[in-house]
Design a protein around this ligand. Structure first.
Ligand code: FAD
Length: 292
């Protein structure tokens, strides 16, 4: 870490942690243990992803409700508009508001695998339209998605930035990026955001890698790239879980420390429902447990 600011010297960053709704009791216990482990770091919010289909979506609602009921954390509920009418999406948003949820991560969502996105006949057109709809319902804090490596469906990098701007202009106050591994990709993206007049925080989404094969599959599905140097770092470690954890922690640590040295003071962690790596990396950034 020579040459980088000492932890804490540049102020403690603002943190958020993302979880996915568990499908089984053991995964629920693991997710819940992760939330409790990370809670003392007093994150700005903890977000819960939202999938396709009623039962998956119910799990999101249940997890958000449990966070509200059993912790002092601020939950941010992901909400997508793909495949749903405006009325159905609005009902969910109203129920969230009535339950005390004040932060929504507003997303378009993806169509089922192999299909192209099409707007539901009575639905929101895209995430910007959803943000405008949420604004009409209540004064939610709204975060949206941003793509340093460009969304796969975007007509061009510039059109993708215009789309991000539309989401912020519609009432979102922050963007969270898709995961990325090359720090330069994010920093160049931020330059392009600034050139477009985007002043809202565009928070880097960090995914510490604990299993490279799984990470690779996940990264491929979301249109991000795996740099060759990263492949090289995990080479030969397929069956060596412990070393993969250590290498993954070093990679994420270097990534966040470089970003911090470049003035980034807000980080969103894709925890994949595990606390250890996110906790350790947040610690390196200067985060410490707060009592009470
Ligand atoms: P949009 O911002 O609407 O844009 C999607 C693409 O379409 C962009 O390329 C944009 O440029 C283009 N576009 C949008 N509107 C127009 C228009 N009117 N004309 C032409 N082009 C247009 N998915 C889930 O299902 N559940 C989750 O919980 C979830 N959480 C996420 C969290 C984060 C931080 C991120 C980065 C992604 C998440 N996703 C989630 C994935 C997301 O749903 C997909 O990436 C989806 O394909 C796009 O959603 P969006 O909100 O970015 O869409």
């Amino acid at each position: 870490f020579a040459g980088l600011p000492a932890p804490g010297a540049v102020g403690v960053p603002r943190l958020s942690f993302e979880f996915f709704p568990p499908r089984t009791a053991p995964v629920e216990a693991q997710a819940w243990a992760a939330i409790q482990r990370l809670a003392p770091l007093a994150p700005h919010f903890v977000s819960v992803t939202y999938g396709a289909g009623g039962s998956v979506q119910d799990r999101t609602h249940r997890m958000v409700a449990r966070i509200l009921r059993e912790t002092t954390l601020t939950p941010a509920a992901h909400l997508t508009c793909v495949g749903a009418s405006r009325g159905a999406v609005d009902d969910i948003a109203r129920r969230y508001w009535d339950a005390g949820v004040r932060h929504i991560v507003a997303l378009r969502g993806d169509p089922p695998p192999g299909e192209r996105f099409s707007v539901h006949p009575d639905g929101y057109r895209d995430a910007a339209d959803l943000v405008a709809g949420l604004r009409r319902i209540a004064s939610f804090e709204i975060s949206v998605a941003a793509y340093p490596e460009v969304h796969p469906e975007a007509a061009s990098p510039d059109a993708d930035l215009d789309n991000l701007r539309r989401k912020l202009d519609a009432g979102a106050s922050r963007a969270i990026t898709q995961l990325f591994f090359d720090t330069d990709i994010y920093l160049r993206f931020i330059d392009r955001c600034h050139a477009k007049g985007i002043t809202a925080p565009v928070v880097p989404g960090i995914m510490p890698i604990s299993n490279f094969a799984k990470a690779r599959r996940f990264v491929a599905s979301c249109g991000a790239s795996v740099p060759r140097w990263l492949d090289g770092l995990f080479e030969g470690l397929d069956t060596d879980e412990g070393s993969q954890h250590l290498v993954g922690a070093v990679v994420a640590a270097e990534q966040v420390r470089l970003l911090q040295a470049n003035g980034v003071d807000e980080f969103h962690f894709y925890t994949l429902n595990r606390a250890e790596m996110s906790y350790a990396i947040a610690h390196l950034l200067g985060a410490r447990p707060r009592s009470g």
